[in-house]
Design a protein around this ligand. Structure first.
Ligand SMILES: *Cc1c(COP(=O)(O)O)cnc(C)c1O
Length: 715
């Protein structure tokens, strides 16, 4: 079953749970059997609220509890939604509050209790409780392992339980009684965001993490039935013994919820987004509908039928809430910013399109070449101009768990956008930024012994990979300096997880290059072996980048730091087009045509009047220039773009923000259409190779200089 499909069962139960909440507030069986009503509304229906907490935990929290995401936007979005909903509901019920004189208790304490804990109307406690619970679990979850967090949440639940269904026992102990009286002075019940919500939030997250297979739906159902039976027994006993102060929390409730939630996940049905929205509406408005049904019944003298028969009353409230929810959500969707669909990407002045499919194909191709370990994509320099966050997110979804970047700031940006897993900083980090390495759990490269000492001096443990210079003579401690390398390994604040080197003659398989490369590899592995012999075991090793992977995959390693090849090109055409792997370019570069106009014979265009029309011409001005990364050296006919699948040469000098092209002979070009600078249009294609050749450089430079102000979108 796909992950999406698992949500269908949850969606359907959301609707059911909303009607269960309405049952709690209407007692549908009251006029038939007090005990029956107790079992339905005070026991069975008590699964509804924990279920909503678990859904929140399931979708929101795993990224924080297990992947240690530093991207707090989903959390903030969730809290904002809860608080806005709460605010709207407070306003909706304000007239009822005032009518019933519910604000008579004055004072800041009463206000605090009512607004922040109890809710201003009897069902509204849920919203502040959910918000508080989420914040508590998120806050604690960052500071302790999941097991400890779960333990704490269960202890909180036990405290809550003893002030709820088991209060009759707890109050026998004077110290406990005093404690609970303190609690009840700030919160009318223990059923709140501190004692009640956390355990279910954590369970939801844990179930997501467990990735339970759909294999045993029967087991879950049996577990649910059994635990529910036990919970009913427990509740009835407590009720008969008159021990309950309130009836939201039972010992068996977490177990019931565990099986119920897993059983719902196993329901194989498509997600129903509409139900999510409707359930919220029903939850918010059903008390209003209770008032409405009662008032309406009184007005038409149907009280005997509509109110005194508790079941009919309940059904009438459900019907009114359902209809109200449908109408309300429709109106809301039409008039409000909340209901507006997320706008599709509106391509603006100049932009980059990234092909998800081609990126996935390259990942698969490259992984296929590398049997000894996993990919550690290089997403430095804004992922070679593609957009680091977008690319990293796509790669993360494809299962990539390690990345490398050039500097700490790039790593921080990824972390802030929720990228988890390993992030290796390949270059130098200034000591003033060592705190960032720690805070964002980045792995720093030790570029030589002196730098290692500096890192050590920072005084806190920092994860590192040690770089060995095997012949490029750039970063790394020289390979023959084994004493120095050993000294790096004895620095006590370095948590060394790997060693690596970088090849510099691996672009070809010429005899000389091959010999050099093999010598580099031999030096590297000799050091790795020696370190292992000295007891430094479990070190990750890596030496290959794109060319190494393509030309010398047998050199192995635990990671391959693949950069340019991942994006579907190689540095220059010679290498790129000869090799068999079948990489596909991921990026297209496009720009808007701002203006289309005539240029008459003898007129010139642009700075320096560099181009003069030999006959009447039609020209187009594109909203892209060298500040966007288009090389200025492509001016004066050395570059071209594609419009309507045809070629339009650049004329005059490329400006900072604009470029002029000749569209004479291309039919029907209009302002507002787009031009392709890299990528396909019709049967034509412009590759990054072509731009690189025109500008006298390699694709790496062309791509990595694509500007910050280009919009980027994954298609
Ligand atoms: C940039 C870089 C890479 C990636 O190189 P590509 O040739 O783009 O695959 C790998 N390792 C180091 C140290 C780098 O600086």
């Amino acid at each position: 079953m796909t992950e999406e499909k698992r949500f269908g069962g949850l969606d359907c139960f959301k609707l059911a749970a909303a009607f269960l909440v309405a049952a709690i507030h209407t007692s549908p069986l009251a006029s038939f059997s007090a005990e029956g009503d107790f079992i339905v509304t005070r026991v069975i229906a008590r699964v509804a609220v924990p279920f909503f907490f678990m859904v929140t935990g399931y979708f929101l929290l795993p990224q924080y509890l297990f992947e240690h995401s530093m991207d707090n936007r989903p959390l903030r979005r969730c809290l904002k939604k809860l608080l806005l909903l709460y605010l709207a509901a407070i306003l909706l019920y304000l007239p009822v509050n005032l009518y019933a004189g519910q604000f008579s208790e004055a004072g800041i304490g009463a206000f605090f209790r009512m607004v922040l804990v109890d809710g201003t109307f009897y069902h509204l406690w849920y919203l502040p409780a959910a918000a508080l619970g989420v914040v508590i679990v998120w806050f604690l979850g960052r500071r302790m392992p999941f097991g400890v967090l779960t333990g704490i949440c269960f202890v909180l639940y036990l405290i809550g339980l003893s002030g709820d269904s088991y209060y009759g026992l707890a109050e026998q102990v004077p110290a406990l009684k005093r404690m609970y009286e303190g609690i009840f002075s700030v919160s009318s019940y223990t059923r709140n965001g501190l004692f009640y919500a956390p355990v279910f939030l954590v369970m939801g997250a844990g179930i997501r993490r467990g990735r339970i297979k759909s294999a045993e739906p029967a087991g879950n159902l049996a577990g649910f039935v059994l635990t529910l039976g036990l919970m009913i027994t427990e509740a009835v006993a407590l009720h008969r013994l008159d021990l309950q102060r309130h009836d939201s929390m039972y010992i068996m409730l977490p177990a019931v919820m565990f099986f119920l939630f897993r059983a719902l996940l196993a329901v194989d049905t498509a997600p129903v987004r509409r139900f999510r929205e409707l359930s919220t509406w029903i939850y918010v408005i059903h008390p209003f509908c209770i008032i409405l049904v009662r008032g309406g019944a009184k007005a038409v003298h149907l009280e005997e039928f509509l109110v005194e028969n508790s079941l009919v009353h309940y059904l009438a409230v459900c019907a009114a809430s359902g209809v109200g929810a449908v109408i309300g959500s429709r109106i809301f969707a039409r008039f409000s910013v909340f209901g507006r669909k997320e706008q599709a990407f509106e391509k603006g002045r100049a932009w980059i399109e990234l092909s998800r499919e081609d990126l996935a194909r390259n990942v698969e191709t490259l992984q296929g070449l590398f049997s000894s370990g996993e990919l550690m994509p290089a997403i430095k320099a804004n992922a070679y101009g593609h957009g680091a966050v977008l690319i990293a997110k796509e790669l993360q979804k494809m299962g990539i768990k390690a990345f490398c970047v050039a500097c700490a700031a790039e790593g921080v940006e990824l972390r802030r956008h929720g990228i988890t897993g390993e992030i290796l900083v390949l270059g130098y980090t200034h000591p003033k930024d060592f705190g960032l390495l720690k805070k964002y759990r980045l792995i720093q490269t030790v570029v030589d012994l002196a730098y290692g000492k500096m890192l050590n001096h920072y005084g806190r443990k920092i994860k590192v990979h040690v770089k060995i210079d095997t012949g490029m003579h750039r970063l790394g401690e020289r390979a023959e300096k084994s004493k120095e390398i050993c000294r790096i390994f004895r620095l006590k604040n370095l948590q060394i997880e790997g060693i690596y080197t970088h090849l510099c003659a691996d672009e070809t398989k010429d005899a000389a290059d091959q010999a050099y490369t093999k010598r580099q590899a031999a030096l590297f592995y000799r050091i790795a072996d020696r370190l292992e012999a000295q007891g430094f075991t479990g070190l990750k090793t890596h030496l290959l980048a794109s060319y190494g992977l393509i030309n010398y995959p047998e050199l192995g390693g635990d990671y391959v730091r693949v950069g340019i090849a991942l994006y579907g090109v190689l540095s220059d055409r010679k290498v790129g087009e000869n090799h068999p792997a079948g990489l596909v370019p991921v990026l297209s570069l496009k720009a808007r045509i701002a203006v289309v106009k005539d240029l008459y014979q003898g007129e010139s265009v642009g700075y320096g009047l560099d181009y003069t029309a030999d006959k009447d011409r039609r020209i187009a001005v594109l909203s892209i220039g060298y500040a966007d990364g288009l090389p200025r050296s492509l001016s004066g006919g050395r570059g071209r773009v594609l419009i309507h699948g045809q070629c339009a040469p650049v004329i005059g000098r490329i400006c900072m923000d604009q470029t002029i092209v000749d569209i004479t002979g291309i039919e029907g070009v209009k302002a507002g259409e787009s031009a392709v600078l890299i990528g396909r249009s019709g049967k034509e294609e412009i590759t990054a190779y072509e731009l690189a050749e025109g500008a006298g450089t390699i694709t790496n430079e062309i791509l990595s200089r694509l500007g910050e102000r280009l919009e980027r979108v994954v298609v």
